[in-house]
Design a protein around this ligand. Structure first.
Ligand code: FAD
Length: 538
């Protein structure tokens, strides 16, 4: 084969008339070469890609069957015409400039043009044009090969549009949304989710919430995942680093499976599981609920305080009556022993006083209101202390008290009575606030901490008040004893009741002997105690 022919073959160009002209060069005169020529021409004719051969000015010299099918033109319609007949004139001029600049400099041009079918219908042409060179290296012809790519283009555009639509829908959602692959990698997210990345300061928010969800749901997580069943209303409290801003999120998730689109999945269906995770900020609703809860607690506790007040007043009165009654009883005994008629009248009067005194005590005893049995349930001590702080918030703020609230994170629950324990902490915190507000204090500080070890939960409530003198520390737990001038507004039963509640929970309460900056109450409760002393049976 001659040099010219070889170059023609290398540039994929030799057909019909053009091939005819070049045939002697290409295939020689032999029978075998003719066979090869006709086989080659037939291949070009039938190949399923639109092929045209033009002269240097794009005048069409040859078109194959596929060209006719794609463009709608028969050979007799188009041979001798310029390729520009196919132009829809929507293709920007620069594209043609670039096309011609490329092929004129003997390079292959590839690109997409907007073509017009004979019927007038437009289609997108994925076109390759290669120059054909003669033996001196000059361009003699061009060969164009094109495919109608309208359909794949439209499909691709539709997919892109759908993606844009989905993105704009999820972006306009007030909820943070994220799609994760089976490796927990973020595939898609919306603006609200992106905002959480900086707002929460927890690294990748999805990773943070997934850890919480897996921890909370345990085996249920993999069970739901394998069944592709979703979950919702999983609520989590998120503290900021400085514990100043608490936010609440409600998490919902749905798994879905998508077929892979990579090469590996071409012959074999390979699918991958994804999770759509939605994170709704429910802080506002939570706060409203908390406020409502606190209001309810205030009502319950003020009722409880009222009952306690009546009990203490009656117990106090009974206690006060006991003293003169004892004296009367003693006088009565003395008179009885004298056995003289002279004092018989007085003895009778004393006996009457004694009797009516006993009747009065019995009446008072009957009037002491009962404290209802309290339900024993798993109690979160941190939650109770948090509630009591909220209950006391007004007093704390109005007295400008600095609160150091240091709860132990992940404090285990203990069995107990929420109500009774709340009363206990309210009593101790109220006492602390009273002590802080006593005149003469230099600082106003209330510190509450919780802690735990394998067996016990520890609560410490300390104040910067005047403290309790060493000799009075044991007495403060006795009935009707108070360190306050004028007895305060209570009858000195607060710490008696506090101790009683601690005892009912098998706990221990003491005043820290080593603390001298004010007063520190240390309380501990056993974690695993099942038997419960009759809570509520005062
Ligand atoms: P034209 O005046 O034809 O061309 C626009 C610009 O192209 C001119 O300003 C000039 O800069 C440049 N140009 C045109 N002819 C030449 C030339 N001979 N030498 C150097 N520069 C030149 N076009 C399509 O729209 N669809 C096709 O499918 C298509 N297939 C082609 C296949 C082949 C093998 C070749 C060689 C060209 C093909 N063309 C095709 C290009 C076509 O020839 C036109 O250039 C184009 O359609 C623009 O036509 P026009 O009438 O708008 O402008």
């Amino acid at each position: 084969m001659k040099k010219t022919s070889l170059r023609f073959l290398q540039t994929h160009t030799n057909m019909a008339n053009v091939i005819g002209e070049l045939a002697p060069d290409l295939f020689g005169e032999g029978y075998g070469d003719k066979m090869l020529y006709s086989l080659f021409a037939e291949t070009v004719e039938q190949v399923p890609i639109a092929i045209s051969i033009t002269d240097k000015k794009a005048k069409i010299l040859y078109v194959n069957q596929e060209f006719c099918r794609v463009t709608g033109y028969r050979p007799e319609d188009i041979l001798g015409e310029n390729e520009s007949l196919l132009s829809d004139k929507r293709t920007p001029k620069e594209v043609y400039h670039n096309l011609w600049r490329t092929i004129s400099s003997k390079k292959i041009w590839r690109g997409t043009l907007c073509n017009r079918h004979k019927s007038g219908q437009r289609y997108l042409s994925d076109l390759t044009i290669a120059p054909m060179l003669n033996e001196t290296g000059a361009i003699t012809h061009y060969i164009g090969m094109h495919r109608d790519i309208t359909q794949p283009y439209e499909s691709e555009k539709k997919v892109i549009n759908q993606k844009l639509l989905i993105e704009s829908v999820i972006n306009s959602s007030p909820i943070a949304m994220v799609v994760l692959d089976d490796q927990d990698k973020v595939i898609l997210d919306n603006h609200n989710y992106k905002a959480l990345v900086s707002d929460l300061d927890k690294g990748e928010p999805a990773t943070y919430f997934l850890t919480l969800l897996r921890e909370e749901m345990g085996d249920l997580w993999s069970e739901l995942q394998s069944k592709e069943q979703g979950f919702n209303n999983r609520e989590f409290k998120v503290e900021s680093k400085d514990n100043l801003r608490t936010r609440w999120f409600s998490c919902a998730g749905n798994w879905f499976v998508e077929n892979e689109v990579n090469v590996d999945a071409f012959f074999e269906n390979v699918s991958k599981q994804y999770l759509i995770l939605t994170l709704t900020d429910i802080t506002r609703q939570r706060r409203q609920m908390e406020e409502l809860h606190i209001q309810t607690l205030k009502t319950v506790m003020s009722e409880d305080e009222r009952v306690r007040g009546i009990r203490e007043t009656l117990l106090g009165a009974m206690h006060q009556i006991q003293m003169p009654m004892n004296q009367i009883r003693a006088a009565e005994q003395i008179l009885k022993h004298r056995r003289d008629d002279q004092h018989a009248g007085l003895l009778q009067i004393l006996q009457q006083i004694q009797q009516s005194g006993e009747e009065a005590v019995a009446t008072m005893q009957k009037c002491i209101p009962e404290i209802l049995q309290a339900a024993v349930i798993p109690v979160n001590i941190n939650q109770l202390l948090h509630e009591v702080l909220l209950l006391s918030n007004q007093r704390i703020c109005s007295n400008d008290i600095e609160v150091h609230w240091q709860p132990k994170s992940k404090l285990p629950t203990m069995l107990g009575s929420e109500n009774r324990l709340r009363i206990l902490f309210k009593q101790l915190i109220d006492n602390a606030i009273d002590a802080i507000c006593e005149p003469g204090g230099t600082e106003q500080r209330l510190k509450i901490t919780t802690d735990t070890d394998a067996d016990l939960i520890y609560v410490s409530i300390e104040d910067s008040g005047a403290g309790i003198p060493v000799e009075k520390r044991a007495k403060v737990f006795e009935p009707f004893y108070t360190t306050r001038t004028m007895g305060g507004n209570q009858a000195g039963m607060g710490l008696v009741m506090a101790k009683e509640i601690v005892n009912q929970h098998h706990g221990f309460i003491e005043i820290d002997p080593d603390y001298d900056q004010g007063c520190r109450f240390k309380i501990s409760f056993p974690l695993h105690r099942q038997i419960f002393k009759g809570v509520g049976n005062d």
